[in-house]
Write a protein that binds this ligand. Sequence first.
Ligand SMILES: Cc1ncc(COP(=O)(O)O)c(C=O)c1O
Length: 367
Amino acid sequence: MRPRPERVDRLPQQYFMALLSRVAAAAAEDGVPLIDLGRGNPEVGPPPHVVEALASSAARPDVHGYAPFRGLPELKEAVAARYRDVYGVALDPRREVAVVPGTKTALMEFAAVTVERGETILLPDPGYPDYFSAVALAGARAASFDGFDGPGAAALYLNFPSNPTAAAVPDGFFAEAVAWAERTRTWILHDFAYGDLVFDGRAPASFLAADGARDVGIELFSMSKTYGMAGWRLGFVVGNAELVARIELVQDHVFGGIFRPVQEAGIAALTGSQDSVEDRRAAYERRRDRALAALAGVEAQSEGTFFVWFRLPEELTVERLLDERRVAVAPGEGFGARGAGWARLSLALTDETLDAGLERLAAALAE
Ligand SMILES: Cc1ncc(COP(=O)(O)O)c(C=O)c1O
């Protein structure tokens, strides 16, 4: 057999696959059933009118051929309307919006269209593990992002509210990012996957609301968390028209469009009642409050997302929680070296499961 090409060997171990198999192995052991607070997968799907839009579209005979490769214009208009109404950002739906099969795909495409082999991509540490996959596939080099005093690079990934730290964007941060990117000629990707899930009266904060942001980068808007459509694989790249065009060009070669009923259901989600978005956000905020109460005495934070990020007491490890308490959380070092000693728990669970898991965590912390 010929050797595997280097680009395949460079791929890091897929963090969530590894996490899942570890938790599945522990769950299969005899004893008290395991409670998994480790993985973030929306526990409630989209509202009924979205599922109905999918079903009625799929029942039509004319939707089963290839959809337009670059997405339905009405879908791009619907996301532009959301940006206008919710985030205060005016977008040209023809030039500044690309439709992607989930924003994970766009994480990879952004690196492919901005960075030459061997160049540096700055990543948040701790940060979302798939950013490392994008660096590997592009043949680039990853370095930790240390703030705006440091030098630029070919590209920078940002993510607010953050997975895993659940931090909302600090005031003025995006404006500073734009000024730095202009100065250092660095492309910016802002991953807005949890953009609508912010707590304590915060308003969702789009990167593109900062003056000049669309000159230096793009934002990824995902249907997965806002509408509970993670399995549907639908998202958007918005912002810099040149990067949107490059990503659409790559997609012309790699994908054959997105199933039209999924796009039509996306239009229904974006243009129909938005009550489910607020219901979902409020449910996570209530669960966040309960989680922080259960973690009293421990350094813990969550200003948004559906996660809580907390520091493990000295003698407590994720392995011990799994073995002795039968509760799984995501180990912080999986998100970068600076995550060591921390852990992430998910709020995307039924109230009952979360409360049972929190009870076990609180018992371990009280030891
Ligand atoms: C920070 C972050 N970015 C991107 C994604 C990918 O989202 P999508 O479902 O749009 O591919 C996720 C999914 O969990 C995420 O947590």
